[in-house]
Design a protein around this ligand. Sequence first.
Ligand code: SF4
Length: 62
Amino acid sequence: MRVTVSEACVGHGVCESLADDVFEVGDDGVSHVLLDPVPVGREDAVTGAVRACPAQALSTSA
Ligand code: SF4
């Protein structure tokens, strides 16, 4: 799985709070993906972050 952050990200960090090994909100105020591809063992956490993102800024692909 790969996960990407779109321009819709407003940086409130819900994704980071759910998977801080995968996402990090940078000094630029938006989230960055730290693990690409996402390790299999973290896919459920990333899926949860995708669902939880208030801006619907996260999307996944195979
Ligand atoms: S939860 Fe969504 S809007 Fe918030 S920092 Fe993460 S990707 Fe950006």
